[in-house]
Design a protein around this ligand. Structure first.
Ligand code: PEP
Length: 259
């Protein structure tokens, strides 16, 4: 059995006061749920160390929302996987649609970042997804496979071992519209089968859904067979909503799906 994996992506939100309030709320209301969920918080990187001290709990994990693929060098403004490893961060969100769109990140660049994350013994949370137009043109599967193929090309057949892949349809992010649980399951199953078919045997791969996850829809989403967890954006900034999502998902320890 595996615990649901809940990732909170704060994006470019929060400040010191918010971090203090979130940590206090977490300590009082959420620590008990760590036994039943793997909780990964991705605040803006500058708050991670501070939050770690405030929460002071070894069973909560932190993630960066991005990295540069170099370990070090003359790359002003960047941070590297090696530096994250140095401060005890375990996870890195990669390929988020906001970075693909606003920072022009290509599949090739994301694959280089993925490679750096793995080389530094961190765990990638790879976001993949299609636009509304691509969905309308029935290109979803093709687009997702293309996003995956570039990772195989750069990182080889063991690339996806100990990795989280988050299916995040771009039309669902921040829109209040989620994909139906049935569609989420169907697409996660397709992605998982495709990755396993192209990998060496016995990889450990975890699947998430992201896109307008809320207290109202979490139960039906997390209940689906191929959903190992969820990636939450705006819902993770509202303490009470975040708690409700975690409370509900606590009741859904997942059986491992091998393919
Ligand atoms: C996200 O940012 O990855 C996301 C899923 O956002 P939201 O939950 O706000 O749709």
């Amino acid at each position: 059995m595996i615990k649901p994996i809940i990732v909170a992506n704060w994006k470019l939100y929060g400040n010191k006061t918010f971090v203090q309030e979130f940590s206090k709320y977490f300590n009082l209301n959420l620590k008990n749920y760590l036994k039943k969920n793997t909780i990964i918080i991705a605040p803006p990187i500058i708050y991670i160390e501070y939050m770690k001290k405030l929460i002071n709990e070894k069973n909560i994990f932190f993630s960066s929302q991005n990295i540069d693929y170099h370990n070090e060098g003359a790359f002003t403004g960047e941070i590297s996987s090696r530096m994250l490893n140095d401060i005890g961060v375990k996870y890195v969100i990669l390929g988020h649609s906001e970075r693909r769109k606003n920072h022009f990140e290509s599949n090739k660049l994301i694959a280089k970042k993925f490679h750096s994350v793995k080389k530094n013994n961190l765990i990638p949370i790879l976001c993949i997804g299609e636009t509304k137009e691509e969905k309308k043109l029935e290109l979803t599967e093709k687009i997702l496979k293309k996003q995956i193929d570039e990772i195989f090309l750069k990182c080889g057949k063991f690339a996806f071992n100990k990795t989280i892949v988050a299916y995040e349809p771009i039309w669902a992010i921040g829109s209040g519209k989620t994909a139906t649980p049935n569609l989420i399951n169907k697409i996660l199953k397709m992605i998982k089968k495709y990755i396993i078919k192209n990998s060496f045997n016995n990889i450990k791969l975890y699947m998430q859904y992201g896109g307008s996850v809320s207290p109202e829809n979490i139960k039906n989403i997390i209940n689906e067979k191929y959903v190992d967890g969820v990636l939450i954006g705006s819902g993770s900034l509202n303490f009470k909503n975040f708690k409700k999502i975690i409370q509900i998902s606590s009741n859904f320890n997942k059986k491992k799906t091998s393919s």
